[in-house]
Design a protein around this ligand. Sequence first.
Ligand SMILES: NC(=O)c1ccc[n+]([C@@H]2O[C@H](COP(=O)([O-])OP(=O)(O)OC[C@H]3O[C@@H](n4cnc5c(N)ncnc54)[C@H](O)[C@@H]3O)[C@@H](O)[C@H]2O)c1
Length: 252
Amino acid sequence: MSVLDLFKLEGRLAVVTGAAQGIGFEIAKALQEAGARVVIADLNPEVGQEAAQHLGAAFEAVDVSDSSSVSALVARVTEQYGPTEILINNAGIVRNTAAELTSDEDWQLVMRVNLDGVYWCCREFGRSMLERGRGTIVNQASMSGLISNHPQPQIAYNTSKAGVIHLTRSLAGEWASRGVRVNAIAPGYTATPLTKRGLENPTWRSTWLENTPMGRLAEPSEIAPAALYLTSDASSFVTGHTLVIDGGYTVW
Ligand SMILES: NC(=O)c1ccc[n+]([C@@H]2O[C@H](COP(=O)([O-])OP(=O)(O)OC[C@H]3O[C@@H](n4cnc5c(N)ncnc54)[C@H](O)[C@@H]3O)[C@@H](O)[C@H]2O)c1
């Protein structure tokens, strides 16, 4: 067997949340190219359906912040496509508000999507993975879970992503002996709709670029291969890890 065979996902069912656009879309594309059957699960049905059509993937609507929406998604996916072997928890949002001015609503919304949402999906999809003794999960963290970004304030986002990193380690320890691996990726600034507004601000843009040793943002397609590695048999002895993909941002 060639080492390249380890990256193949032939026939495995993969669910990617928040894959209507941005990084999630590129991950869905990469997994599909590696042979997986892909379900794009997103809050936005218009963009999500178009993305799915473009890839020849399936689309299911979900609000990851709502546990009943997530359990309904698991039921629909299982009935229509069979058991999920790969889960990518990618959906996420940001609010750029000063810590002392952040409203209860903004704090809770970011936590519900970025942290609760990851947990609901891990719990609901994880149950059947554990029953079958097989599955890989990749959670979308961020370098913001390791450092505190500047100049823009984003207290809830940074805290939620730190939570994702520790949730990943906790689940990995609990599920390792039962055939389910749980890892995370932690991208730096990546050119997507999420960072578009920030890039339009000259101060934010220059600070971001100056603080990234490679001096540029990532393209979403540069993040996707890390998700492929962590979901495939190429990473068969890796669990609880957070893979940082940040052009060197966290070394300074
Ligand atoms: N862009 C970056 O610089 C960057 C860096 C590090 C980490 N990330 C993380 O990567 C992930 C994807 O980011 P992106 O830049 O591609 O963002 P994006 O805004 O382009 O895409 C996010 C997707 O998530 C979906 N979504 C939002 N709320 C949802 C919900 N409640 N339920 C289901 N789907 C929902 C959106 O509809 C959208 O399709 C996020 O978790 C983000 O925090 C992004």
